[in-house]
Design a protein around this ligand. Structure first.
Ligand code: ATR
Length: 280
């Protein structure tokens, strides 16, 4: 039987992960199968137990299961421990389950390697203070930006994150009203606003000259935030498709011990959505 992998989430039918991992497997000649499975939160533990006891080698976990996967893991990588969210589970040879979070390194790789965006000494603004923000903070701070500011409607959530990550780099929080006097080289949208095509309240002139915008969300059309970035003359205004492929590559490397090339897969997915004739 082929080595078994899966992505669990709810909903899951639109997941691109099976396509991405089958392209990686083909490219690196790995004998494996990767499927998507609809798993509501209440069924997570029993379904994961069954998957691993039947010999499953690794899982990706997406909304709304990342916190449950964090609790499920027997051991956690440092970046997963801090983020309190796990997107990758791997069964070790002794049967124990390792939890990792590859979202942040996926974002960093897409920004720096695919798009030539410098993080060292840059002023970074993150919109939102939920699980998505927690997942990307440690790898971003490891790039030694000048500082990272978190802005959120609910101040307490931003302040709590700043407190938890205070020892890992220069991090602060502010209110949307404070943004009028500030400027950033990179603005990352980690809110869930894109899912309803909404935009957090952002003043003009928030983005420094030659600055870039990055939305962790992606779709077949540019998100409201990607459109905002383009209207602000961003050097690059990107959505999270590249990050999706890069986080998958990190998970694949953890499971299979071989790192796939991401560029051809990102190109293919971009061509898919161009073919759909939605993306302009
Ligand atoms: P995730 O796990 O995807 O991060 P989450 O934990 O529910 O999801 O967090 C969603 C984030 O998006 C929150 O920071 C939320 O702000 P609040 O904490 O103030 O609720 C933010 N958010 C969602 N819709 C938003 C909108 N229209 N404008 C600004 N922020 C928004």
């Amino acid at each position: 039987m082929l080595d078994q992998y899966a992505v669990f989430g709810h909903p899951i039918s639109h997941s691109k992960s099976p396509r991405i991992h089958s392209l990686f497997a083909e490219q690196t000649h790995q004998q494996m199968q990767y499927i998507a499975q609809d798993v509501p939160a209440v069924n997570f533990k029993t379904t994961a137990d069954a998957f691993f006891s039947e010999g499953g080698k690794g899982l990706n976990c997406t909304v709304p299961l990342k916190e449950l996967a964090w609790q499920y893991a027997d051991q956690l990588s440092e970046r997963a421990r801090k983020s309190k969210a796990v997107n990758t589970l791997a069964r070790d040879t002794d049967g124990s389950i390792l939890g990792d979070n590859t979202d942040g390194i996926g974002l960093v790789n897409d920004l720096t390697l695919n798009h030539d965006i410098t993080l060292l000494n840059s002023r970074i603004l993150i919109l939102g203070a939920g699980g998505a923000t927690r997942g990307i903070l440690l790898p971003l701070l490891a790039q030694h930006p000048a500082h990272i500011t978190i802005v959120n409607r609910t101040q307490l959530k931003a302040k709590t994150i700043v407190h938890e990550f205070a020892d890992t780099g220069s991090l602060n929080s502010c209110d949307y009203a404070d943004l009028t006097s500030l400027q950033f080289d990179l603005i990352i949208n980690a809110t869930s606003a894109s899912l309803s095509d909404e935009l957090p309240p952002l003043p003009n002139a928030l983005l420094a000259a030659s600055g870039s915008c990055y939305d962790l969300a992606y779709g077949n059309k540019p998100t409201a935030f990607v459109r905002w970035g383009a209207a602000q003359q961003a050097r690059k205004s990107l959505d999270g498709l590249g990050m999706l492929v890069e986080q998958a590559a990190e998970a694949f490397a953890l499971w299979r011990g071989i790192r796939p090339e991401t560029a051809p897969v990102i190109d293919l997915l971009n061509r898919d959505r161009e073919t759909l004739n939605f993306y302009r």
